[in-house]
Design a binder for this molecule. Structure first.
Ligand SMILES: CC(=O)SCCNC(=O)CCNC(=O)[C@H](O)C(C)(C)COP(=O)(O)OP(=O)(O)OC[C@H]1O[C@@H](n2cnc3c(N)ncnc32)[C@H](O)[C@@H]1OP(=O)(O)O
Ligand SMILES: CC(C)C(=O)C(=O)O
Length: 510
């Protein structure tokens, strides 16, 4: 029978423990509302005893966010548990989550407690929490490095004291999947009362195995997975919840499990968490990375154009990304190139396509981002060559914070040098006006953009701009220089030459 796996989100507690991350109450509330929309089962809103700010955030989330369990973390000390309850008391479904470490390393060096003391502390903590709320989770911190007999005794004690959820953390990301699955299986078999409670896992990613370990645990019978959006958290982070959810869905043939997550909300949640925590998502991150549904290689692009599932195991729409993207670069092929040109309104085939494709490959060897403007320019320049009516001979600019920007341009028309000067709102505007005076064609600059073609302080800048005459057809111009004003002047003159040619104002073969 298909099992329902509970998703416990700890983005606001363990996730916030990422070095450098600190969220205020307003930001935590925004994330909590989105997590509720995402459909997680539990939101661990914070560690109320940690600070007044954390307490307030847990209280605000407990008060406002409905339809989801809100949990607060507490050590086994009664003060922690009492504070957690104070923060959670207005929650619709409150859960107190109490924990204590069970590995010998932690007992000896950190807690400085004997095993018997840990058992007593666990039992007392669960009973204290139970006095406030029916839903109590107990975690055996560093469980995966704990001696199994002792761990089983602690867990049995917590269940006997009233815990409803038993969590097995791989606190330091030490476990490996096969071993972790056997460990979970053993706990299920050996711990009295385990069948009455939810068995949970909480995996960290120190060896990059958090997803594999969480899935192995689910296969071995775990019923709750704890993790964070984008996999944020202590050190290398928690398991990435979106990866677990999509793996369970995509490979349901293997797991036969469902979750309550509305997967179309995944991407939005990931963006929100990244923006508010300031932790960028790596481009090649599974499920939510910028490249997760992008294809650059020609053979892949050809496959995806013919049938998306050749290279995509998930539909991007399922995670809230509108569509996959074909990124044009040096590894792309003719199919993707032609497809993109068709989207831009150019229908090329045969010789025309081959010529334009050759130009594109040359450009892609030099430039890492090929934009639509690059493609338009390739088609326009290469396939519909335009005579150079005017060429930039020289440019002089006077600009600054205390002078009116003024440009003097010298344009060559055949052997003739034509010179004009003009003032403008800025140096680019002054250049355009001076060129207009020379050509006698007043144009409007519709858009202007610059791209660095090479890196460093002396980078070559490439200006791409669009002009129109009286709001008519737009013409694209491009110019390259280490000086962006010179690049602008070249681009503007290039666009004017196109306009003059296409409107029949210069003689020659069109
Ligand atoms: C694996 C995890 O992610 S666990 C959660 C980790 N998260 C955090 O620590 C973030 C919030 N923490 C904090 O703000 C602070 O550490 C506080 C408020 C909890 C405690 O601060 P302080 O009282 O100054 O103690 P400090 O953090 O220096 O040391 C922790 C103390 O808690 C004890 N402790 C640790 N875990 C537990 C536990 N589960 N139950 C009881 N005591 C514990 C330690 O042994 C140590 O006790 P000691 O002071 O007697 O040596
Ligand atoms: C408190 C527990 C669940 C924890 O965060 C861990 O062990 O990593």
């Amino acid at each position: 029978m298909t099992r329902r796996i509970y998703i416990f989100d700890t983005t606001l507690r363990d996730g916030e423990q990422s070095p450098g991350v600190s969220l205020n109450t307003g930001e935590k509330l925004q994330i909590a509302r989105q997590l509720a929309r995402l459909g997680v089962d539990v939101i661990e809103a914070g560690f109320p005893v940690a600070s007044p700010g954390d307490f307030e955030a847990v209280r605000a989330i407990a008060r406002e966010v409905r339809g989801v369990t809100v949990a607060g973390l507490a050590r086994t000390s009664f003060h922690d548990i009492d504070r957690a309850w104070e923060a959670l008391r207005e929650a619709e479904q409150p859960r107190i989550h109490t924990f204590i470490a069970t590995s010998d390393i932690h007992l000896q060096h950190k807690l400085r407690m004997s095993r018997e003391q840990v058992i007593e502390a666990a039992a007392a903590a669960v009973r204290r929490a139970k006095g406030y709320v029916s839903d109590v989770e107990f975690s055996a911190e560093d469980a995966s490095r704990s001696e199994p007999d002792f761990l089983c005794r602690v867990l049995e004690t917590a269940i006997a004291a009233g815990a409803t959820v038993i969590n097995i953390p791989d606190t330091v990301g030490y476990a490996v999947p096969g071993e972790f699955a056997r460990f979970i299986g053993e706990i299920r078999q050996r711990v009295a009362g385990m069948e009455k409670v939810v068995l949970s896992v909480h995996c960290h990613d120190d060896l990059g195995l958090a997803v594999a370990n969480s899935l192995a645990a689910v296969a071995a019978g775990a019923g709750q997975v704890e993790g964070a959006i984008n996999g944020i958290g202590e050190r290398a982070g928690n398991v990435s919840l979106e990866e677990v959810v999509m793996a369970l869905y995509t490979r349901r043939d293997q797991f036969d499990c469902t979750t309550g997550v509305h997967t179309e909300e995944i991407y939005r949640t990931s963006r929100l968490v990244s923006n508010l925590t300031g932790m960028p998502v790596q481009p090649n991150k599974a499920v939510v990375g910028k490249n997760a549904f992008a294809h650059e290689a020609g053979i892949h692009q050809d496959g995806v154009l013919k049938e998306r599932t050749t290279y995509e195991i998930m539909n991007p729409k399922m995670v809230g990304i509108s569509q996959s993207s074909l990124v044009l670069g040096k590894h792309s092929g003719r199919h993707a190139f032609r497809d993109r040109l068709a989207e831009l309104g150019y229908d090329l085939s045969g010789d025309e396509l081959n010529k334009a494709f050759g130009r594109f490959k040359n450009l892609a060897d030099k430039k890492k981002d090929i934009t639509d403007a690059d493609l338009e320019a390739i088609v326009e320049d290469e396939l519909r060559p335009v005579p150079v009516t005017y060429g930039l001979d020289y440019l002089h600019i006077s600009s600054g914070t205390t002078v009116v920007p003024t440009a003097t341009v010298g344009l060559k028309k055949g052997d003739e040098l034509l010179e004009e000067a003009a003032c403008g709102n800025g140096p680019v505007d002054a250049i355009c006006r001076a060129v207009d005076k020379v050509t006698g064609v007043p144009c409007t600059l519709v858009s202007w953009g610059i791209n660095a073609v090479t890196a460093g302080k002396d980078a070559i800048g490439e200006v791409t701009l669009k002009i129109t005459e009286n709001g008519g057809k737009p013409y694209i111009g491009r110019g390259i220089s280490t000086d962006i004003l010179e690049a602008s002047a070249k681009a503007y003159v290039n666009a004017v030459n196109k306009l003059l040619w296409e409107t029949g104002r210069v003689k020659g073969e069109n």
